[in-house]
Design a protein around this ligand. Structure first.
Ligand SMILES: Nc1ncnc2c1ncn2[C@@H]1O[C@H](COP(=O)(O)OP(=O)(O)O)[C@@H](O)[C@H]1O
Ligand SMILES: CC(=O)N[C@@H](CCC(=O)OP(=O)(O)O)C(=O)O
Length: 286
């Protein structure tokens, strides 16, 4: 690399120096990052995301990626001419639909994120909720077919992979199985939440396609308590996909995660702004 004499180098050094106390606060701690299907809109965004995740690992944090891919499942179902519908933000999944969801999530999407992290210099390993019984699933209710929810979580595989010496970055598809091995389609926010709780994560970061949680006038809500979040669901301010996100945030905070952040994954480096500066990005729930 050619050396340049330039004042901007001193500004960059100042930014790095100011990040030190934030890095020290999170070092050695688990940060679970949920990468939503909308946030991974382009190869460039995924590449920037991957670089941020590798930087977190390099700074001594233990990042774990849980990914979605709802829009990508939707496109595949459309190509296969299979009709799909959502109820309270969850895809109603019959056996055919869960098969397509598994093919898309645990296949192409999982491997593309693994590949992007490896290209950025990390050591990513792709797994799903099925692996080593990471998440044991059951049906949400009989009407929703193979739409699942977690009943048990075993994070021993994640701990082995992300151990200090091993240094792997787990990349997790939310598709999970019941004790008989039947696959269930679990919402990726929900999967990320139970994993973050089981790890006692310092942060659960939910990367999505909106700045954060909005009030009815479209203003960003920067800080919420669990009580506030419950209110937004019951008074109808949170709709569609925001419902499982807020429910996940409440369960995670009550399950031992220090804080949950809902932030815009379409804007590069939101993870770094939130974790390593005092500015914060999106909505913090604690
Ligand atoms: N009060 C709200 N604040 C912000 N977004 C909301 C709200 N209510 C509903 N939404 C919707 O939730 C969407 C995010 O959920 P979802 O589409 O499931 O994201 P992802 O695919 O990233 O999981 C936003 O794009 C927005 O349309
Ligand atoms: C049960 C359920 O709704 N599963 C989701 C799983 C993927 C997901 O959650 O993806 P995003 O995070 O991109 O929305 C689905 O089928 O769309």
């Amino acid at each position: 690399m050619q050396r340049r004499k330039n004042e901007s180098g001193w500004t960059s050094a100042q930014v790095l120096s100011e990040a030190l106390p934030f890095i020290q606060r999170h070092t050695g701690r688990w940060v679970v990052v949920k990468f939503g299907g909308h946030a991974m809109g382009s190869a460039e965004l995924t590449a920037e995301f991957a670089k941020d995740v590798v930087l977190l690992r390099q700074c001594g944090l233990r990042p774990v990626v849980v990914h979605g891919g709802g829009p990508q499942i939707g496109s595949m179902l459309e190509r296969l001419q299979i009709k799909t519908q959502f109820k309270d933000g969850l895809r109603v999944s019959d056996m055919e639909t869960v098969g397509v969801a598994e093919m898309v999530l645990s296949g192409a999407i999982n491997k593309s994120i693994v590949s992007a992290i490896n290209v950025a210099g990390g050591k990513a390993v792709g797994i799903s909720g099925r692996d080593a019984r990471l998440i044991t699933a059951r049906a949400v209710n009989a009407d929703l077919g193979f739409t699942g929810e977690p009943v048990a979580t075993d994070v021993s595989l994640i701990e082995t992979l992300a151990h200090k010496e091993a240094g792997f970055i787990p990349v997790i598809s939310p598709i999970s199985a019941d004790d008989a091995g039947h696959g269930y389609n679990i919402n990726a926010d929900t999967a990320a939440g139970v994993i973050a709780s089981a790890l006692g994560a310092s942060r659960l970061m939910l990367l999505t396609d909106i700045e954060g949680v909005m009030d009815n006038d479209g203003n960003l809500l920067t800080d919420l308590t669990c009580e506030d979040a419950r209110g937004l669901i019951s008074n109808g301010t949170a709709k569609g996909g925001m419902i499982p996100k807020l429910t996940t945030a409440i369960d995670a905070v009550e399950g031992g995660v220090e804080a949950v952040v809902i932030l815009d994954g379409r804007r590069a480096h939101g993870l770094l702004v939130e974790l390593f500066t005092d500015m914060g990005a999106g909505t913090l729930i604690r």
